[in-house]
Design a protein around this ligand. Sequence first.
Ligand SMILES: [Zn+2]
Length: 273
Amino acid sequence: MVMPELPEVETTRRGIVPHLTGRTVTGITLRAAKLRLPLSAELPRQLAGQRIEAIERRGKYLLFTCSDGTLLLHLGMTGHLRLVPSDSAPGKHDHVELHFDNNTTLRFTDPRKFGTLLWLTGEPLQHPLLAELGPEPLSADFTAEYLFKRSRKRSVATKLFIMNSKIVVGVGNIYANEALFLAGINPARAVGSLAPAETERLTAAIRQVLTEAIALGGTTLHDYLDAAGQPGYFSLKLHAYGRGGKPCSVCGTALQESRLGNRSTVWCPKCQQ
Ligand SMILES: [Zn+2]
């Protein structure tokens, strides 16, 4: 199972927005006492009758803006959302269901129970889980200048730096490997040594891999309407991730593989300096 990363979460968001925006929650079913955190027994009372005003994303969190508060949802390691008819039978790992006034149920399936579901009142972006997040990688705030300034005098590996959500959100392991390959930067290189032109290439590469993954996800949106469908993890053409020992798609050199921050890291020793 592939961990949901920013493109999967964004595709999920785009998939459910047309079906749930403006709809009213008629009930919620909780079949687990806790996911990553305990599921509040107050959730059914808090959510019943709430109208979904908007569904937004911050990093890998989905924010359901409701009449009186915000439902914050994180898919965790193995979670996914699907829209199903309200009378469809739940499976073993379908721990949470939100029922809507159009006979539709938003079903949260989470085999490893690492997801998060919280009801927030007040300004959601000030919540401790969100307040310290760095800029969105596809926003105008994520620039080469920003990355250059934040990286000065830092000796941390470039890959770990771009995977730090306080620096930029949503660059998971697969996308970090791919972006560094595209940018021609060695993952282990001290980030403080990057020249301005390199931070330019790196920010562009991060935007490119995430944008391509979201665009590919668009073809799988129907899955979220189909009880038998699988979540949309995308057949992005991968140049680095999962290809250790195989020839580099640019120069043919065997790709190297090691662990960096305990995550699989693959790079071309010739193309990535
Ligand atoms: Zn190469």
